[in-house]
Ligand binder design. Structure first.
Ligand SMILES: [Zn+2]
Length: 312
């Protein structure tokens, strides 16, 4: 029971339309059941994040906006009202998952955790929801590790095909956080390529980037930065829209690449922070490649040895 699995039924009720659909959560969950991995994971229902936990990274304007969506005070049709309420509730438990996963790992009950939650978070800035993101889940988790558990430095790695602009904005002036991101450029949201910072390691890569090119970038940019930084906790913004079968982006990654990068991250975590890794779902919109990639990712979080995958 070294790895925790967190989700919440409310993550299924949030419905912004395609491609960020509820089936993303169920596809992942059924794959984990079908592969037998779920028998070796300990499942938890994510709690709601508190205002205090959200306030560490978000301004009150965004938190209030979500709270208004959640209440009935807006003049909306019944259908719109239900949609807004469920979105707000899902956003709150998605952020809460990261907080609780951090607590579980810090307590020593689990070494690693995977949060199968939506809405995703890495585009949400301190003041603004963006893309499909409302609260920046991974940032809420990282801030909790720093503030509630008194860690002095944490790393966040992000292999989503899109730049984690919200995460960068939230921590750009906080040297306690090392943020490493590979992303397609030029592409949405169109930033990150010009960042110059010792604790923000952005690696813009062109459309058509192969698994080997991604690995080379991680080896030459992320890994030395993590060795230098020596984090006490590592978070993963796990976006699987960088898979070659995912039409959301132009990268050509395969399951074996997610397996490799996760294994590398876990090795670094074992070296510097007693193996503590919390990963959360960001993008990934082709349900087959998403589910297969998460399986590969979770196997590595569970401490399995990398293996050769048969193509899906
Ligand atoms: Zn993405």
């Amino acid at each position: 029971m070294s790895t925790a699995y967190l989700s919440h039924p409310l993550c299924l009720l949030h419905d912004p339309g395609r491609p960020e659909i509820r089936d993303r959560i169920t596809a992942v969950e059924s794959r984990l059941h079908k592969s037998g991995l779920m028998d070796f994971l300990r499942s938890y229902q994510a709690p709601e994040a508190t205002v205090e936990q959200l306030s560490r990274v978000h301004k009150s304007s965004l938190i209030k906006w979500i709270a208004i969506q959640r209440s009935h005070t807006k003049i909306l049709s019944k259908e719109e009202q239900n949609r807004a309420i469920y979105t707000a509730k899902a956003a709150i438990v998605a952020a809460g998952a990261l907080v609780y996963a951090t607590d579980l790992v810090m307590s020593g009950k689990h070494k690693t955790a995977f949060c199968n939650v939506r809405p995703p978070g890495h585009h949400a800035t301190s003041t603004q929801d963006q893309g499909f993101c409302y609260f920046n889940n991974v940032a809420v988790g990282a801030a909790h590790a720093l503030d509630a558990h008194s860690l002095d430095k944490v790393a966040i790695v992000d292999f989503d095909v899109h730049h984690g602009n919200g995460t960068e904005e939230i921590f750009e002036n906080d040297p306690r956080v090392l943020f490493c991101s590979t992303f397609q450029h030029p592409y949405y949201p169109g930033c990150g390529h010009e960042t110059v910072s010792s604790h923000i390691v952005n690696v813009p890569l062109p459309s058509g980037t192969t698994g080997q090119q991604f690995r080379d970038a991680v080896m030459s940019k992320w890994i030395p930065a993590i060795h230098d930084f020596q984090p006490k906790f590592i978070f993963i913004s796990a976006g699987f829209d960088s898979h070659k079968k995912d039409s959301m982006g132009g990268f050509l990654l395969e399951e074996s690449d997610y397996e490799w990068v996760t294994s590398e991250i876990c090795t670094l975590a074992n070296l510097y922070c007693e193996g503590r890794v919390v990963s959360t779902l960001e993008g990934g919109y082709n349900l087959d490649s998403l589910a297969a990639s998460v399986e590969a990712h979770v196997r590595m979080l569970m401490g399995e040895e990398p293996r050769i995958f048969t193509p899906i």
